[in-house]
Ligand binder design. Structure first.
Ligand code: GDP
Length: 296
């Protein structure tokens, strides 16, 4: 489970504080050193950890005595609030087009979970009454088109494809036209990935973006790759100016460093999290729930 290690360490540290009546500055210092270690062990970005500790410390030491909360409860409240803030405060919604269809462009490295997530996202919005269309633009990865078709079939969502001999930019354009003609109000474009970031991939994605002008570009990153996921997010965002991130495989990520670093490092919110391989295992990301989960 995600944040396993971090959750138990933070809870231990904060429990120790609870056993004290009054808190001295030294108590807070010691606790914050432990929180810092726990965050670093969870693979949170070093700069993010430094800023986080500084903010919590300032607030914890400078705090006025507040109503019914004990000093330890106040520290816990501050840690909770700052963790939530770190992850983006509130849920970040999809930008829907004022006149449909809304076009969502999915991008990311190969294996991050892009194709699966394209389907999952279609499924999620289909349940909410949208009429999605999946567009297969990954012409490089063997079987990617077939995979999207299988996903579409399982979810009963149409898939637009033109095989793997057509330029992805043209497929994307034709896909959007097809969706408009067929009354699809949500068009999800599954683009190609590569094993590593390269200029060719970025140019292709840039061309798709300028041709179809999506309302939303979602970057899919694998949480299990930790700080690599964060640098991938930085690079994609520099080139494409993404709207948000889908963090996949959080079900298998015991540390959670990417979840706690991406927003602070890139400025872009996590909008959804992948919690398993099944097509209904995609969740809206709620920072507050996540930080409450960490603090138990
Ligand atoms: P793509 O190359 O980015 O299109 O990646 P795929 O969609 O093919 O996914 C790569 C692998 O990751 C597949 O085996 C998926 O089932 C798996 N996967 C995707 N999302 C998740 C997730 O949230 N949790 C888990 N456990 N596996 C996932």
């Amino acid at each position: 489970m995600v944040f396993e290690g971090l959750a138990s360490k933070l809870q231990d540290t904060l429990d120790k504080l609870k056993s004290k009546g009054r808190l001295t500055e030294k108590d807070v210092d010691t606790a914050m050193r432990e929180v810092k270690m726990a965050l670093l062990e969870a693979d949170v970005n070093f700069r993010v950890v430094k800023d986080f500790i500084k903010k919590v410390k300032e607030r914890a030491i400078g705090q006025d005595v507040m109503g019914s909360l004990t000093p330890a409860q106040q520290v816990i409240k501050i840690v909770n609030e700052e963790l939530t803030e770190l992850m983006g405060k509130e849920e970040s919604k999809i930008n829907f087009a004022s006149s449909p269809p809304t076009v969502i462009m999915m991008c990311g490295l190969q294996g991050a979970g892009k194709t699966t997530t394209s389907g999952k996202l279609g499924g999620l919005f289909k349940k909410k009454g949208k009429r999605p269309l999946l567009v297969a633009c990954d012409v490089y990865r063997p079987a990617a088109i077939k995979q999207l078709e299988v996903v579409g079939e399982k979810l009963d969502i149409p898939v637009f494809s033109m095989g793997d001999k057509v330029d992805p930019v043209n497929i994307a354009k034709a896909g959007v036209e097809h969706g408009k003609k067929n009354g699809n109000d949500l068009i999800i474009i599954d683009t190609a990935g590569r094993l590593h970031i390269d200029d060719e991939l970025m140019d292709e994605l840039g061309n798709i973006k300028s041709e179809v002008q999506p309302q939303e570009i979602l970057l899919v990153v694998d949480s299990m790759t930790g700080q690599d996921a964060v640098s991938v997010a930085e690079t994609f965002d520099e080139k494409l100016d993404v709207n948000g991130v889908v963090l996949t495989k959080l079900d298998g990520d015991a540390r959670g460093g990417a979840a706690l670093s991406i927003k602070a490092v890139t400025g872009k919110p996590i909008k959804f999290i992948g919690m398993g391989e099944k097509l209904d295992q995609l969740e809206v990301f709620y920072p507050e729930r996540m930080s409450s989960r960490i603090l138990g």
